[in-house]
Write a protein that binds this ligand. Structure first.
Ligand SMILES: Cc1cc2nc3c(=O)[nH]c(=O)nc-3n(C[C@H](O)[C@H](O)[C@H](O)COP(=O)(O)OP(=O)(O)OC[C@H]3O[C@@H](n4cnc5c(N)ncnc54)[C@H](O)[C@@H]3O)c2cc1C
Length: 578
């Protein structure tokens, strides 16, 4: 049970600093009195993509709003992210000439997601997404750019767009945040010193050694960095820009963000969410919400017990923010919320490097690499959408072991492409080898022996793959058949830019495990972002958005930005509805 307060126990209108006695919640039964830290129209839990958008919306609608944040920083996974945002028909892509229409978007989303997600929620996302982007631009320093060429993930479906409809935040000078910049959650990957890099640049930076446009983009990133330094700016892009820009919007709207203030439980009074119990400065406190509580506390990617309870094993190679331990989902569940999609996540193949999992995008799909299972056979189109690749890994396990799988490349691949932050031709760090994440051998047989795969099978697989690459058609897994497959490839490779033979020793094997950007299961919500019970009734005053709620994408992933786009949109919907 969430913390139930009777009317008598709740001192309505009490000023901050007053105390409230609890009796019903076992978590706090021992506490004689809990101080009231404040009373607002809206309490938002979590300062990530969903939470900050919700708070900005509620505040700009004239509601007094506070954000309680568990971490000592703001931004959550959103700040760590590449911040691709998938919102069809937003004003940025329409101004750029993208031929999107509401009909195309609706057809595509329903084809991707299917009937498991109610049509009303899909429609709410599509109808409110463009308004949300316009609202954010009007109420924060954020501006956005079209990620031209980043295909929808299923561009061949009706309404799919091979040239993409995703956007990402534009450059932001961190000086707009003043001292608050010090509290911005750091990015997952550090951009090379002196460069200003957008998500859309990565495709080209990988190719800088072999492609004229790649070299030009690298030079442009450097030039941007130099110009920013000369202007005395603190450049923010990708998730840093998104989180920084939303926080700047909250600063301008006078919305306090209380760091180091984790939600402990929801306060439910006569069936209605009326506040939150938090811990602040080491002691419990109550924050009252006159109109409602919006939970944007992210997923449960770093809660091992929940992952064991709900998900297929092995799992847990997440790159999400470490504070995302499902606290809001658990609190919602105690308040009666139904949960959906708890077995799923925003999956992607990852390499378990010693410091943290590496969510590999281009490395997995560039030509000259193939992925094999522990028997040495290919089992998937390596360039398929990352979520799909991991679904296949789980579906085939344990009969045909794919966990771990192995990405096999040769020295020719290594000479041509960036691998994470290791420049072409340069040796991989020793600790990658020492940790068992990477192996190298001068022969395919030797590599197979090192990773425990039958040498004859791996040799046969590589030989077969090479013949497919020379023919230009992957008759086995259709790699390169979709326009999406060609995003992270090398246009200089013929006849199929997705496929190149492996021929130059030494050969390398990278361990591939099912990583994730975060989980996608959580509280079931309706088209107004209101939290639902199992019988479909609404829990009054309680909203959820982002990874604390079950994803509007269902088990799929429509295009780059399919987590942040809906997270911000349903945060916006909640902020309006409350
Ligand atoms: C490296 C990386 C790259 C990514 N790239 C993309 C991308 O390009 N496009 C895309 O769409 N998605 C991307 N994602 C995923 C995306 O960042 C997340 O899915 C998204 O941020 C989820 O939004 P959210 O608001 O639900 O959670 P978050 O942004 O993680 O925010 C949740 C917040 O809640 C806080 N919190 C947790 N528990 C509590 C508590 N008990 N009390 C108070 N606060 C709490 C957390 O500290 C955090 O600040 C990426 C993720 C990562 C890690």
């Amino acid at each position: 049970m969430a913390m139930e307060l009777s009317r008598r126990q709740v001192l309505r209108g009490a000023a901050a600093g007053a105390t409230v006695a609890f009796t019903a919640n076992p978590l706090v039964a021992a506490a004689a009195a809990t101080p009231v830290l404040g009373e607002y129209d809206v309490v938002v839990v979590g300062a990530g993509a969903a939470g900050m958008t919700a708070a900005l919306t509620a505040a700009r609608r004239g509601l007094s709003t506070v954000v309680v944040e568990k971490a000592p920083t703001f931004g959550g996974s959103a700040a760590r992210s590449g911040a691709g945002i998938w919102i069809p028909n937003n004003e940025v892509i329409l101004a750029a000439g993208v031929p999107d229409t509401p009909q195309k978007a609706a057809g595509y989303l329903s084809a991707v997601v299917g009937p498991s997600v109610p049509a009303a929620r899909q429609q709410a996302f599509l109808a409110n997404g463009p308004a949300m982007i316009s609202f954010v631009m009007a109420n924060s320093p954020l501006r956005f750019r079209w990620m031209e060429g980043y295909s929808d993930y299923y561009p061949e479906l009706p309404g799919g767009m091979p040239n993409g409809r995703s956007i990402e935040p534009d450059y932001l000078d961190g000086n707009v945040l003043g001292a608050e910049l010090a509290h911005l959650n750091p990015a997952y990957l550090t951009v090379p010193a002196g460069m200003v890099v957008f998500s859309a640049d990565y495709k080209w930076l990988n190719l800088a050694a072999v492609n004229a446009k790649g070299a030009a983009v690298a030079a442009e990133c450097l030039a941007r960095g130099t110009a920013a330094a000369l202007r005395g700016e603190k450049p923010l892009t990708m998730g840093q820009s998104l989180a920084g820009g939303l926080r700047a919007g909250l600063l301008a709207a006078n919305v306090p963000v209380w760091l180091n203030t984790p939600l402990q439980d929801l306060v439910i009074e006569n069936g209605r969410a009326t506040g939150v119990l938090v811990s602040r400065d080491g002691s419990a406190g109550l924050v009252r919400a006159r109109r409602g509580v919006i939970v944007g506390s992210g997923g449960f990617e770093h809660n091992a017990a929940m992952r064991t309870q709900y998900q297929r094993q092995p799992t847990g190679w997440s790159v999400g923010a470490k504070e995302n331990t499902g606290d809001g989902i658990r609190a919602g569940q105690r308040a009666g919320a139904a949960l959906d999609l708890m077995d799923d996540a925003w999956w992607g193949p990852a390499i378990p490097l010693p410091d943290q999992p590496y969510f590999c995008l281009a490395e997995r799909t560039l030509p000259g690499g193939l992925i094999v299972d522990t028997g040495g056979d290919r089992f998937v189109n390596e360039a398929a959408p990352y979520s799909d690749v991991v679904h296949v890994m789980y579906d085939r396990n344990p009969n045909d072991q794919c966990i771990p799988a192995w990405l096999i490349v040769d020295q020719n691949y290594r000479n041509r492409y960036l691998f994470k932050d290791v420049l072409p031709t340069l040796p991989l760090p020793n600790d990658w080898y020492a940790s068992g994440a990477v192996f190298r051998s001068s022969t395919v047989d030797g590599l197979a022996g090192a990773i425990g795969i039958p040498p004859a099978t791996l040799r046969r697989t590589v030989t077969r793959f090479n013949s497919l690459a020379w023919s230009g058609a992957d008759a086995d897994f259709r790699r390169g058949a979709s326009a999406y497959d060609h995003y992270y490839t090398d246009p200089g490779v013929f006849p199929n830019s997705c496929l190149a033979a492996l021929w130059l020793p030494p050969y390398y094997a990278f361990k591939i495990v099912p990583g994730d950007l975060g989980t996608k299961g959580g509280m079931r919500t309706d088209a107004r972002a209101r939290v639902l019970r199992a019988d479909g009734s609404v829990i009054p005053g309680l909203y959820a958005a982002g990874n604390a709620s079950a994803a509007v994408m269902g088990r799929s992933y429509a295009g780059a930005g399919s987590t942040i786009g809906p997270a911000m949109t349903f945060g916006y919907i909640a902020g309006n509805d409350v």
